[in-house]
Design a protein around this ligand. Structure first.
Ligand code: AMP
Length: 293
């Protein structure tokens, strides 16, 4: 196949549980490792990096595309969330995905659905404070997807740091036989973390959105130089966000990489986490920072 034809190819798509499960079983029967990349679509280079990472490790890669209603609150952007299926299938094919699983809402949540999975504690802090039902929706859908797509490996982005922490805890505590991998955040050249929601930003908001990655850089540089006043750096991160036009911060903090609790004393590694509304768009970002010494 020529390079041109490869670029235009749409990855094959299945919509039913039986079809996706059969594809996984058939791949395993052929002796292939199966990698799984769950997404909500509107794919960008961040998602692409997950698919490529999956392809490096696995002979057969499945990407799911499902805009999961249970992780959106009623006032959030479920209805307007972008759904460019053909472009997504093209990106999947170019990145090396063998199959797209694109179930309908009725397939995932048949009428009368009432079983939910919750990781308590971790789901109520940080993002959970601002989006109280969000992680319950995420863990429920990911747990269901793991039953439908019994892959060997699942790939997640560090971009959603709290989400991958919660999913890894769920996998461990529910003994789900899948190994999780976490891949680095892909950014625009100026530092903005790629997000499907960046398309909502106006020109001025796009500029202001840089305050998130800048506040992380501020923390990174301070800590890398041996700074240890965690409260001071939290205040500086908050102030940087707060003084940027169009930006309304929700939180800016330094936490333990596993418990996600605020750190106050010296540790090896901290995670700087920020969340802010930029105009109407809510963005999050983070940086994992190894402390010197
Ligand atoms: P989403 O479609 O937003 O639910 O994201 C699907 C997966 O892509 C999640 O594991 C995200 O963490 C990951 N992801 C989203 N943005 C990025 C990014 N900029 N870099 C790397 N991974 C990302």
């Amino acid at each position: 196949m020529s390079e041109e034809a490869r670029k235009d190819r749409l990855a094959p798509v299945v919509e039913t549980v039986d079809a996706v499960r059969e594809a996984v079983i058939a791949a395993k029967r052929r002796g292939l490792r199966v990698g799984f990349v769950p997404t909500m679509g509107a794919l960008h280079a961040g998602h692409r990096s997950l698919i490529e990472a999956a392809k490096r490790e696995c002979g057969f890669v499945i990407t799911s595309i499902f805009v999961n209603p249970t992780q959106f609150a009623p006032h959030e952007d479920l209805a307007k969330y972008p759904r460019p299926l053909d472009a997504d299938r093209r990106l999947c094919a170019a990145a090396g995905a063998d199959l797209v699983f694109h179930p309908g809402v009725e397939t995932i949540y048949p009428s009368g659905f009432s079983t939910f999975v919750t990781v308590e504690g971790l789901s109520n802090i940080l993002e959970g404070k601002f989006r109280p039902t969000h992680f319950r929706g995420v863990t429920t859908v990911v747990c269901k997807l793991f039953q439908m797509v019994p892959a060997d490996f699942a790939f997640f982005g560090q971009k959603d740091y709290q989400q991958q922490t919660i999913i890894r805890k769920m996998v461990a505590e529910l003994n789900i036989p899948i190994r999780t991998r976490v891949c680095p955040t892909v950014r625009e050249p100026d530092g903005l973390a790629l997000s499907s929601r960046n398309v909502y930003l106006s020109h001025d908001e796009r500029r202001s959105a840089l305050a998130l990655s800048r506040s992380l850089t501020l923390a990174h540089e301070y800590l890398a130089q041996g700074g240890s006043d965690f409260d001071l750096i939290r205040q500086r991160m908050w102030a940087l966000l707060k003084e940027t036009p169009l930006v309304e911060p929700d939180y800016a903090t330094l936490v333990d990489p596993d418990t996600l609790e605020d750190v106050s004393t010296a540790v090896h590694t901290v995670v700087a986490l920020v969340a802010a509304r930029v105009g109407q768009t809510r963005l999050i970002d983070n940086d994992v920072i190894d402390l010197p010494g």
